[in-house]
Structure formats: C-alpha cells, structure tokens
Design a protein around this ligand. Structure first.
Ligand code: ATP
Ligand code: MG
Length: 201
C-alpha cells in the first residue's frame, strides 16, 4: 500500500480463446476466489507465437467471443492490449503494459493451465516475467500439473474442477457437425453459428 491506496490484486488470463470455453472461465473464477482477486482481465492474443504455423480465427472474432463470455461477471474484464500490439504476442509485453497501466498499487497473478505452465521456461524474457507477476498453474485433464522450475515462491499450483474441454475440440466438433452446447456459454454457440466459424471448408 502506498499513499493509503489499497493494493489491487489483478488476475491476468491470457489465451487464444478460439473459442473461449467453460474451462477458461472456471479457471479464472477459481483463481479469483482462491487469491481474493479484485478483477480478472482476459487478454486475447494478437498473433500467438506458439501457434505461428496454425490458422487462428480473426482476432476481432476471438475478442468479441471473450467479451460475450465474460460480460455477466462483474469481476471479469477483457483487454485489447495484445489485439492492438503489432507482431507476435509475448506474455512479457502483456505484463509490462498491464503493469504500466495499473501501477503502482497492483499485484499481478498470471493464470495458466497445466499445459501452458509446463512451457513457461521457453517464454521470452522469462527471468523478468517472474519479477512482474505471481504465476498460478491450474489442473487440466490430460496434463500433469507441476512446477517446471520457477524461482522459489513465484508459482502456486491449484486444483480446479476438471473440465476436459479444449478450443481445439470445440473447433473440431463444429466442423464435424457435433454440438458444443454446454461446453461453451450459450452466446458463444450463437456467435459461432452467426459468423459461420469453424465450419469445414
Ligand atoms: P487450443 O486447443 O486451441 O490450444 P485451449 O483450450 O488450450 O485451446 P488456450 O486459449 O490455448 O485454450 O488456453 C488459454 C489458457 O487456458 C492456457 O493457460 C490453458 O492452459 C488454459 N486452459 C484451457 N483450457 C483449460 C481447461 N479445460 N482447464 C484448465 N485450464 C485450461
Ligand atoms: Mg491451448
């Protein structure tokens, strides 16, 4: 606390969100509860560097789906910072921008699933990453959750209700004419239909 202002506890949920699904929303909600966060900011990637060789839906579609899925939760918000930044998205740039927006009285909690946490040591400027945020790894079906070797005290591992949902599977289901009702919020089913996303070409 400085100048009497209480420190805000801010969660950051980065993702491609192609499409956003209930696994993302439960992870954010659980971490918010566990760490008493004031807000969770969902940050859809611009061009995800790990998915450079894959086709990813238009950024405005992914951004709008994230807005639709989070709109009803007063503690969830969506940021356009990675959408607006040209070039590939690196988490270090995301954290620097969010820190600059909210400083000085903010603590950052970066939320990841077990698969993303396992990759983290390969991320750009990893040593600086750990100075900027606390990392929270959440259980995810099909992935083993463990600390991949982060500095002491920089990571927490938490168990969340298991939802075996992935965006890849949602896309495959839509392409194959299978339903995605209840895997994603209703508004996302409707948005995907309206825009004709993920249909087999
Ligand atoms: P894709 O299959 O396209 O990679 P995804 O379902 O993995 O999509 P991402 O946007 O890649 O979704 O993931 C964003 C973040 O959410 C990552 O940290 C990921 O580990 C986490 N996450 C995604 N799905 C789940 C889930 N079902 N349970 C817990 N965490 C999840
Ligand atoms: Mg993924």
């Amino acid at each position: 606390m400085r100048n009497g202002a209480p420190t805000r506890r801010l969660g950051i949920m980065g993702g491609t969100f192609d499409p956003i699904h209930h696994g993302h929303l439960v992870a954010a909600s659980e971490v918010a509860h566990h760490f008493d966060l004031d807000e969770v900011v969902f940050v859809p990637t611009g061009r995800p560097w790990q998915k450079a060789d894959k086709i990813v839906s238009a950024v405005e579609d992914r951004y709008l789906m994230t807005v639709i899925a989070t709109a009803s939760n007063p503690r969830f918000s969506v940021s356009r910072i990675d959408v607006e930044r040209p070039g590939p998205t690196f988490t270090i740039d995301t954290l620097r921008e969010i820190a600059a927006l909210y400083e000085p009285d903010v603590e950052l909690y970066f939320i990841t699933g077990a698969d993303a946490l396992a990759q983290i040591l390969s991320w750009r400027d990893v040593d600086e990453l750990f100075t900027m945020a606390h990392f929270v790894g959440c259980t995810r079906p099909g992935h083993v959750l463990h600390d991949p070797g982060l500095p002491e005290g920089k990571v927490s591992l938490i168990e969340i209700p298991a939802l075996a949902i992935s965006s890849s599977e949602c896309r495959e289901r839509v392409a194959g004419g299978e339903p995605i009702w209840y895997l994603v919020p209703d508004g996302i089913v409707q948005y995907i239909n309206k825009r004709g996303l993920y249909r087999a070409s």
